[in-house]
Design a protein around this ligand. Structure first.
Ligand code: DC
Length: 253
């Protein structure tokens, strides 16, 4: 899969938007409106392409889109800014409850400040993976994530969408690809953005994040027993998107 696909925006209202669609704000309680709205859960390790795929699937179906990793990244960014250590579970949980976040046009804002680019740095990625081990941080984010479930449906991507956050999702997909392939995709993506990084250090970071995300006690990265596992190592973005849509019963565009 090429890394040069469309860049997914974080957390949005139905893409392609009907007049009724309004941007989803952090904490908007839409659960009453759609506790039974369909959910497609797309989980997988770092740089597996789940963001791009989930965004494409949401666009094709005109569903809402939840990039749950961006919520962990927002907590991480705030923790860095406030010098709260990644092992200070109580401090992090306090931060999580108080975050003033909204998603506008697919970009995250923190206290009204556009932080979309700051969220994607490797430093924030590493802290996000560290703070995500704390069960209290994870539960503080639970209701925020479930609030994105609303008609006509939701495509949610992350690590535990199918196992913990939306265990009743109608379709669960777990994307995998070799660590080398994922490092290569991330490398190409960064080069496209004019950022030069060493591929060996990317590979090391990805392996470390995989290990931390998969071995933590709380909601570890793992496919749900009823998830369809898709190895994307030799597939293009279009092929993976089409495969997920076909699993959902919708032919691609
Ligand atoms: O998907 P991502 O790379 O943006 O996620 C950043 C970190 O957040 C990831 O290393 C682990 C954590 N995370 C998580 O624990 N559970 C999720 N559902 C999503 C992300």
């Amino acid at each position: 899969m090429s890394a040069a696909g469309p860049s997914p925006g974080a957390n949005s209202a139905p893409t392609g938007g009907s007049a009724a669609a309004k941007p989803q704000a952090w904490g908007d309680d839409m659960s009453a409106a759609g506790p039974n709205a369909p959910v497609i859960a797309i989980d997988g390790p770092a740089a597996s392409g789940k963001g791009t795929i989930a965004h494409n699937v949401a666009q094709a179906l005109r569903f809402h889109y939840l990039d749950s990793g961006s919520l962990y990244r927002l907590v991480a960014l705030r923790a860095v800014e406030r010098a709260v250590a990644p092992d200070d579970a109580a401090g992090l949980t306090g931060l999580t409850a108080d975050l003033n976040v909204a998603f506008r046009d697919g970009r995250a804002t923190l206290d009204g400040r556009d932080v979309a680019d700051s969220l994607r740095t490797e430093a924030v990625s590493t802290v996000a993976s560290k703070i995500a081990v704390h069960p209290a941080v994870r539960s503080a984010l639970m209701a925020r994530q479930r609030a994105f479930r609303a008609p006509p449906g939701l495509v949610a991507e992350g690590r535990d969408m199918g196992t913990v956050v939306f265990p009743d999702a109608g379709l669960k997909v777990f994307l995998t690809a070799s660590a080398e392939q994922r490092a290569e995709r991330r490398h190409k993506q960064l080069i496209t953005k004019g950022i030069s990084v060493n591929i060996d250090s990317l590979l090391r970071d990805i392996r470390e994040r995989d290990a931390r995300d998969s071995t933590r006690a709380a909601a570890p990265l793992a496919p749900a027993p009823d998830a369809v596992i898709l190895d994307t190592t030799n597939l293009s973005i279009a092929e993976v998107t089409a495969a997920v849509l076909a699993l959902y019963g919708e032919p691609a565009g």
